[in-house]
Ligand binder design. Structure first.
Ligand SMILES: *[C@@H]1O[C@H](CO)[C@@H](O)[C@H](O)[C@H]1NC(C)=O
Ligand SMILES: *[C@@H]1O[C@H](CO)[C@@H](O)[C@H](O)[C@H]1NC(C)=O
Ligand SMILES: [Zn+2]
Length: 304
């Protein structure tokens, strides 16, 4: 009998240790698979097109086909549930909201969004831009319209499109985030959830005219199984949140009771992949050049 109990407890220990986790979750009493070991249980995590990456802007290729996106129903308010899922906070999108354009060949519909963050507003984004790690990163996960569940979309090499947005600390609070921040304070316990009333995807992200500059590459989910079926879009324009608003996320708890902080995967090698940049910056630069040459011409003509 005692042997059985011992076996049972050994078994539960070994299953617990096969759980994946972030380094901030690892402790002597809770041993779990930190990112460098994810590929042991999920071979996908050892692939050659993994995310996140550092974007070196100087090496990003300008692609003039990367035009503006068309968003449908992003402005529509909806009611949902916000959940502490043990790794992040996640909100399912339960109405039809789609994104198209920006070289996304077909429409993609929003499935859920979640966040990755640091400790008390410190560095915490998954992707970095020229080595800069932002305090938090929003992932709005979409799948091709033809699919009804994410697992089917993940079998398609272009089945999933994630829109990634970076946050930046601002002096004043971002009122558009009030209901999310209030809800997060109610789900500090792992696996708890609460209702989230009247939010829209638009209210979470920068205004349309500020969404024309972005980076594009092919990568993976940043959590196990790390499936390589994601078309990534990373927007240059950041979302402002005050330090107090950012700090609220550090009050969440991992299942082992530790503060849920540092829930970002370490950077992955590019392995020869290309990163593309939308044309908006180049357009702006040529407009500035044009203005400069016009003013030079005017200056010359005035001197005559
Ligand atoms: C929210 O929590 C309740 C109570 O634990 C549970 O019954 C319900 O299934 C949860 N809902 C979601 C969407 O996780
Ligand atoms: C777009 O970005 C600029 C520069 O950061 C900012 O001044 C402007 O307010 C933004 N537009 C909107 C509508 O948020
Ligand atoms: Zn994510």
């Amino acid at each position: 009998m005692q042997h059985l109990i011992l076996l049972a407890s050994l078994f539960s220990l070994s299953t617990a240790s096969s759980d994946w986790c972030y380094p901030s979750q690892f402790s002597c009493t809770h041993q779990c698979k930190t990112p460098e070991s994810w590929s042991q249980a999920n071979s996908g995590c050892g692939g050659r097109a993994q995310s996140p990456i550092n974007v070196v802007t100087r090496k990003a290729l300008v692609d003039e086909r990367l035009g503006p996106f068309t968003f449908h129903n992003y402005q529509q308010t909806f009611h949902s549930t916000i959940k502490n899922n043990g790794h992040s906070v996640q909100v399912s999108v339960n109405h039809l909201a789609t994104v198209q354009g920006g070289e996304l060949v077909t429409g993609y519909k929003a499935v859920q969004f979640h966040l990755h963050w640091g400790k008390d507003g410190g560095p915490g984004s998954e992707h970095t831009i020229d080595g800069e790690q932002y305090p938090m990163e929003l992932h709005i996960v979409h799948m091709k319209k033809e699919y009804t569940d994410l697992s089917a979309a993940l079998k398609d090499p272009n089945g999933v499109a994630v829109l990634g947005f970076f946050y930046e600390e601002s002096r004043s609070a971002n009122k558009k985030y009030d209901n999310i921040i209030n809800a997060v304070q109610k789900i500090t316990a792992p696996n708890s959830n609460t209702s989230l009333a009247s939010i829209s995807l638009d209210q979470l992200i920068p205004a349309r005219q500020n969404l024309t500059t972005y980076y594009r590459y092919k990568g993976s989910l940043t959590t196990p199984g790390c499936t390589e079926s994601v078309v990534w879009t990373l927007f240059e324009h950041t979302i402002p949140l005050s330090k107090e608003q950012l700090q609220v996320f550090s009050k969440l708890r991992f299942p082992n009771g530790e503060p849920m902080v540092g829930n970002f995967r370490p950077l992955q090698p590019l392995n020869g992949r290309m990163v593309y940049r939308s044309d908006a910056g180049a357009l702006l630069a040529s407009a500035l050049l044009l203005m400069a040459s016009v003013s030079v011409t005017l200056g010359l003509s005035q001197r005559r």
